[in-house]
Design a protein around this ligand. Sequence first.
Ligand SMILES: Cc1cc2nc3c(=O)[nH]c(=O)nc-3n(C[C@H](O)[C@H](O)[C@H](O)COP(=O)(O)O)c2cc1C
Length: 255
Amino acid sequence: MSADENRRREGRPATKKPAAPGGVPPRQQFGRPAPIRGRDSDDRRGGRRSRPEASDSVSSGQGKRLWKPSTMLAPTPVVLVSCGGRAEQPENIITVAWTGTVCSDPPMLSISIRPDRFSHGIITATREFVVNIPTQDLAKATDLCGMKSGRDTDKFALTGLSRTAGESVAAPLLVECPLNLECKVRKTVKLGSHDMFVAEIVAVHVSPALLDRRGKLCLEQAKLLAYAHREYYSLGKRIGFFGFSAKRPGAARRR
Ligand SMILES: Cc1cc2nc3c(=O)[nH]c(=O)nc-3n(C[C@H](O)[C@H](O)[C@H](O)COP(=O)(O)O)c2cc1C
C-alpha cells in the first residue's frame, strides 16, 4: 500500500492531490458552483447523471467523504404545481421538489423552476399557481408530471387528474390532492439554473376526510410523499410533535 493510500485510509489528505476528472484539482473544483447540467436531482435531460458519490470524492478529514457542492438537502416535499387559466395561458401541471415554506406571516412559500420549463412562462405571465400536495397513491402521477412537458402533452389527460376552480386564483386545483394551496407570486428571484417564485398563500383547501370530529387536521392519515436523493418515499409513523422535547406540562393535551 502506498503512503498516500495509507494517509487516505486514516482520513488524512494525500501528500499530492489526485487528479480530478478534467484535470481540475479537487479543492479548486469544490470551490465553485457545479455548472454541469444533469447534476440536479430535478433535471432529467442530462442523460446518465454523474452522481455526487462518484469516485472523485476525497476524505473530509472528519471520517466522512467530502463531495462536490450539490443539492443534497433531504427529504424535501414533492408537489404538483398547477398553473394557467388566465392571460391566455393553458392549464398545466409541473412536478416540483425545490419548494419550501419561507414565511409564516404572511404565509409564503417558494418554488424554483428552470426558465426553460413550459410552466415557467405560464407562471411568469399569470403570477399565480396552486401547490397541490400529493399522496402516496399519486406517486406515479407525480413522476409523470415531471417527465412530460405541457408543451406537447395534456397532463390532465395523461394522468387522469381532475381539476376544480379555486377561490382567489384562476389556476385549477387538483381534486385528488388532499391539500391545495393557492398562491400569488410576490417576487421572482433569478438564482442560476432556477428562478425562485416567492409567493403568498392566499387560500388553503383541505379535504374533509383529513379532519376529525373537532375539525383537527389529521395529516398522518394523508399518506404524504417525500422525496430524497431522486427517490420517492411515503411518510413513516409519527415519532414526536412540536415541543415534545421540552415536555411542557399540557403539551400532549393541547394536541
Ligand atoms: C421528482 C421531480 C422533481 C422535480 N422538481 C423540479 C423542480 O423543483 N424545478 C424544476 O424546474 N423542475 C423540476 N422537475 C422537472 C419538471 O417537473 C419537468 O421538467 C417537467 O416536465 C416540466 O413540465 P413543463 O414543461 O410542462 O413545465 C422535477 C421532476 C421530478 C420528476
